[in-house]
Design a protein around this ligand. Structure first.
Ligand code: ADP
Length: 304
């Protein structure tokens, strides 16, 4: 269904993702626990993302990052506003969006190959084609030789590689990533970041990447969207003009990187006036998001 240009006030075929005036209201318990009241999680959120662009979203815990990704994934409907991908309104989960998140468990009863082939089965591709495509993406994430392993036989970093291969294999228009590397150790995280950059250079997917890490956001993105809380809004969009390809190694010693980091950090300070460690506590997944992903998979399976 095409986006209602009257309603959104905007319709531009040049953008892959068009978010207009998103507002998400939840119902939460009142303080006295006696009743319910509305809670505004996101307000006036508008953003365009170009095809092939890498956009990171940072902000303090509770500012609505996961809520936003939830809406983009089609796992929940915004209270108001509109969201379109390639000019088509998002009304639910679909194979035009791949999702990778911290706690997104792989199917434990499927091997690496079978996990990667999941979306291809949904699309109804014949076995020979599935084999060819899954081999390609398993190679892309450096897991050739591990095709027959089960998830419990893999390290955290390897599992995330499988999740990335699975999301990319069915060739989605957009990749949505919610703190995908938060659960792995620091060294593996850097390796995965470098790999993601290599994969992005190769595939040029449009990526929306949620993180609580300023360095990760800058390292990966063309633009960093800084959100402020209560309610969640865009505080600033910072263009990252650092040369590509980038690697952790180069960026760690880059003066330009340090300067951009300072800009983003200052913006984040102003979102709540708190110190960086407080403003960025342990990452967490929005309540119910992991469960919703399982529901989304089931829905996709049912609709195919
Ligand atoms: P972030 O990902 O930035 O940490 P979230 O998107 O998880 O933030 O949450 C934004 C705000 O909305 C938080 O205050 C959170 O407690 C609240 N929230 C999220 N999901 C729900 C829900 N299903 N019901 C009520 N409140 C929610």
């Amino acid at each position: 269904m095409p986006v209602d240009a009257e309603r959104t006030g905007y319709l531009d075929e040049d953008y892959k993702i068009v978010l207009r005036d998103l507002r998400q209201e939840y119902r939460v318990r009142t303080r006295d626990g006696e009743g319910w009241e509305p809670f505004l999680a996101i307000e006036s959120f508008s953003l365009d993302v170009k095809g092939g662009e890498f956009v990171s979203i940072v902000g303090p815990s509770g500012c609505g990052k996961s809520t936003l990704l939830d809406i983009l994934a089609g796992l929940s409907r915004a209270t108001s506003g509109s969201i379109a991908i390639d000019g088509k309104e998002v009304t639910g989960p679909a194979l035009d969006r791949g999702i990778v998140m911290q706690g997104y468990a792989l199917f434990p009863w499927r091997t690496v190959r079978k996990n990667v082939e999941f979306g291809l089965e949904m699309k109804g591709l014949p076995p020979a084609e599935r084999l060819e495509i899954s081999s390609r993406y398993i190679e892309l994430v450096n897991l050739t030789g591990f095709e027959d392993r089960y998830p419990h036989e893999l390290s955290g970093g390897m599992k995330q590689r499988v999740a990335i291969a699975r999301a990319l294999a069915y060739d989605p228009e957009v990749l949505l990533m919610d703190e995908p590397f938060a659960a792995v150790d620091a060294q593996t995280r850097e390796t995965l970041q470098d790999e993601l950059m290599r994969i992005w250079e190769k595939t040029r997917k449009t990526i929306v990447f949620v993180t609580h890490s300023i360095d990760e956001a800058i390292l990966l993105a063309d633009r960093v969207v800084v959100m402020s809380p209560n309610p969640g809004r865009i505080r600033e969009v910072v263009e990252i003009e650092l040369p590509r390809p980038r690697t952790n190694r180069e960026m760690r010693v880059s003066r330009d990187f340090a300067a951009v980091r300072q800009t983003v950090w200052e913006n984040l300070q102003e979102t709540g006036g708190r110190s960086a460690p407080e403003a960025f506590p342990e990452p967490r997944i929005s309540p119910g998001f992991a469960g919703k992903l399982a529901v989304a998979d089931a829905r996709l399976a049912a609709s195919s």
